[in-house]
Ligand binder design. Structure first.
Ligand SMILES: C[S@@+](CC[C@H](N)C(=O)[O-])C[C@H]1O[C@@H](n2cnc3c(N)ncnc32)[C@H](O)[C@@H]1O
Length: 320
């Protein structure tokens, strides 16, 4: 599958998920199997792992990497928005631990045919699951300038979204956007780096992030995935989420905060009428981030943020 993928925050994930012998674990983003391998070792003897990925190539790689664990591993090509049904069908509910390591893998980034990278000579596809939905190129071709600007502003938090959308539509009209590299060059031509040509962050980073999020419905599926994971966990089970940009982290943070409260009415009334009951408690205060050594070894780790929460047992009270 090309270049290797170094899993991020592995020791921190293992320690905070409290996986042990016999644990039943779901890795919702199994990728190249890096975290899964360590989770299975920690769950030995007897522990089982359900590995899910939207990318067929990732499932094939995980199958190869995890082959030595035999029937302790079950792999499914699926979107984690259906984690509850997938885990139920595979006989994994209730789960002791669930991991989400969001975003894309180094394999996907390095594959020129996937169009995730600024240098890719192929069309910007950017789908995790190439078998469903629109590619980024199709999205560009079908969206109005206003829609593109909205996508880039909202999912890329890019202040120059209007200018970028205008340039993309002009290039599209002139039949110029065919490859991811051309798309990156068009963005750069109207929104150059503020830090000069040698800047560490490519000027098209936010635009590419925005298109990837839109194509994969990342915001929507993350919310559904977290809710499904919570439903699939048993009492005392834990979920860990590693995110790589602020939109994702905000969703995770708000989900944990909301599910840690008894009443979710705003402002808090004298007597609760919503009936919501806390189901989670945050295990980490704030986020866990990689240390400088890990960031030196693995550049992808630099933006990682890990949050961990534990499912309360039904009778326990939350922080209301
Ligand atoms: C950062 S990589 C995971 C790497 C993995 N932890 C490892 O150690 O090899 C993220 C993976 O999640 C997958 N993915 C992203 N969104 C997904 C979704 N909604 N459902 C299922 N898989 C998804 C991607 O295809 C990719 O393989």
């Amino acid at each position: 599958m090309g270049e290797g993928h170094l899993p991020v925050l592995v020791d921190e994930v293992l320690a905070s998920l409290a996986v042990g012998p016999g644990s039943s674990v779901a890795d919702c983003t199994v990728g190249g199997g890096g975290h899964a391998e360590r989770l299975l070792e920690t769950a030995s003897p007897g522990g089982r792992l359900l590995g899910i990925d939207a990318d067929r190539a990732a499932i094939a790689e995980a199958e190869r990497v995890l082959a030595r664990f035999g029937d302790r591993v079950v792999l499914r090509h699926a979107n984690f928005e259906s984690i509850y049904d997938t885990a139920t069908d595979a006989g994994f509910v209730p789960l002791d631990a669930v991991l989400f390591d969001l975003g894309l893998s180094s394999y996907q980034l390095a594959d020129p045919d996937r169009g995730f990278s600024f240098a890719a000579p192929g069309p910007p596809d950017m789908r995790f699951d190439e078998t469903s939905g629109l590619s980024a190129l199709e999205l560009i071709e079908r969206s109005s300038e206003r829609e593109l600007a909205g996508i880039i502003a909202t999912f890329g938090e890019e202040r120059r979204a209007g200018r970028i959308a205008k340039a993309i539509v002009a290039a599209r009209t002139a039949g110029r956007i065919m490859t991811a590299a051309e798309l990156a060059a068009i963005v750069e031509s109207v929104a150059p780096s503020r830090h000069g040509p040698g800047a560490r962050i490519h000027p098209a980073t936010r635009t590419f992030q925005a298109l990837r999020i839109a194509v994969n419905r990342e915001i929507e599926v993350l919310s559904a995935g977290l809710a499904g994971a919570l439903a699939a966990l048993g009492p005392g089970g834990r979920m860990a989420v590693i995110s790589y940009h602020s939109l994702e982290d905000r969703i995770v943070k708000r989900f944990v905060a909301r599910e840690s409260r008894d009443c979710i009415e705003e402002p808090l009334p004298p007597a609760c009428t919503c009936g919501h009951r806390a189901q989670l408690r945050a295990v980490t205060k704030g986020v866990i981030t990689p240390g400088p050594d890990e960031v030196r070894r693995n550049r992808r780790a630099r933006s990682a943020k890990l949050r961990v929460a534990e499912k309360l047992d039904g009778r326990a009270q939350g922080g209301g």
